[in-house]
Design a protein around this ligand. Structure first.
Ligand SMILES: [Zn+2]
Length: 392
């Protein structure tokens, strides 16, 4: 065994309601935690003064420890950036260049090494900010070879890989979207399915309508991929209802919801994943987390990290925005960014700190997790363990 004792934790968030104060966060005061790098799991937690011996000791000195963040929605396989587009948007100037097509062209032109280096850099950047699990989508290749390549590369960094050939209609198929859907549900799916766990569709006006999205998600499901949906981001479209109908793990964005959409989410196992980085970076109205929570829906919080509409890898930033502008309490936002993300990825082994589960933990330079929202923009992540191994 190679064990690490995190001693003298002032405030330990376990996300196990059976523990601690009885809240959903399962908060323990004056606690200790033992992580095992060999099994990758938590092996002990309890009162600080009852902590067992371990191979090494880290003194938390009264600071807070939280589960590693689970970022269940990110687009990290791409080349180039969209600085000019963002600058124009924020300067109130019209922007006529290619948008997503710019990224597709740059991604297709990049070598495997270039894409992998960018991906590695972004995963590391996220890890430094406390993200120990990140989902990663394809969707900037939009050819059979380029989509399969994106997923092959992504699977080197995470098991949570998502086939998003249906991000937008590939430029070559602009005049024949039905033929592109045939490609996405046929040869492209054949090439991508071996490298993916999930299938996703951008169900939105200008991308894929409800019938196209249903066909794509069902084709993916027949190949063993589990559906998740980009739903109701820009308009009150059919995405949320479709996600619930197909038993998708998650409906992502959920910015524009009817009462029926909220009700459907509240009475299903489909998680509502909110992505405030997208609204922040496009000066759009934020999703109403309070409305979803009050209705009883399960809410996750993720970055949507991508070069166009949300170029942040920071979950703490998303937590701060969710608390400030989306009606979430600091406790709810932290739960959604950890246990909620795990729920959206259907991972029972993540998002909580209890014996037997993954030893993914973050030591904050703060006495409480509330500081993640209280001190926005401050780099509070002091140390990160993934599978019991110290990474930061
Ligand atoms: Zn997205």
């Amino acid at each position: 065994m190679t064990t690490t004792l995190l001693a003298d934790i002032g405030s330990l968030v376990t996300n196990d309601p059976e523990l601690g104060d009885g809240s959903p966060l399962g908060l323990l005061r004056d606690a200790a935690l033992v992580l095992d790098a060999d099994t990758g799991t938590v092996v002990w937690l309890g009162p600080a003064d009852a902590a067992p011996a371990a191979d090494s000791v880290v003194d938390a000195a009264g600071r807070a420890v939280v589960p590693g963040f689970v970022d269940s929605h990110a687009h990290l396989v791409f080349a180039g950036d969209r600085t000019a587009e963002f600058n124009a948007r924020m300067s109130g100037k019209p922007y006529t260049a290619g948008g997503i097509r710019t990224t597709v062209a740059a991604t297709r032109a990049a070598t495997d090494e270039e894409l992998d280096a960018n991906l590695r850099r972004l995963v590391r950047e996220a890890l430094r900010q406390g993200t120990t699990t990140v989902e990663c989508k394809s969707g900037y290749g939009l050819t059979v070879e380029d989509e399969a390549r994106a997923l092959r590369l992504a699977s080197r960094h995470t098991p949570e890989t998502t086939y998003l050939g249906a991000h937008v209609v590939a430029p070559e198929y602009a005049d024949d979207p039905a033929a592109y859907v045939d490609l996405v549900t046929g040869p492209m799916l054949d090439a991508c399915a071996p490298h993916a766990r999930w299938v996703d569709v951008f169900c939105e006006r200008g991308a894929f309508d409800g019938d196209q999205a249903r066909a794509i998600l069902k084709a993916g499901a027949e190949r063993g991929l589990i559906p998740r949906v980009h739903a109701n981001q820009l308009t009150e479209g059919p995405g949320v209802q479709l996600a619930v109908e197909l038993g998708a793990a998650s409906a992502d964005h959920c910015t524009h919801l009817s009462d029926a959409d909220v009700d459907a989410l509240a009475h299903s196992a489909t998680v509502a994943t909110l992505l405030p980085g997208a609204e922040f970076s496009t000066r759009a109205v934020y999703p109403d987390a309070r409305r979803l929570l009050d209705a009883g829906a399960t809410v996750a919080l993720s970055t949507d990290c991508n070069p166009g509409s949300s170029f942040t890898s920071s979950v703490p930033f998303c937590i701060a925005v969710a608390v400030r502008d989306m009606g979430m309490t600091p406790d709810e936002a932290l739960w959604s960014a950890t246990a909620g993300g795990a729920r959206a990825l259907r991972r029972e082994d993540l998002g909580r700190l209890t014996p037997g589960l993954r030893a993914d933990a973050v030591l904050l330079d703060a006495p409480s997790h509330v500081h993640l929202a209280y001190r926005p923009g401050v780099p509070l992540v002091s140390a990160v363990w993934r599978g019991g191994v110290r990474e930061v």
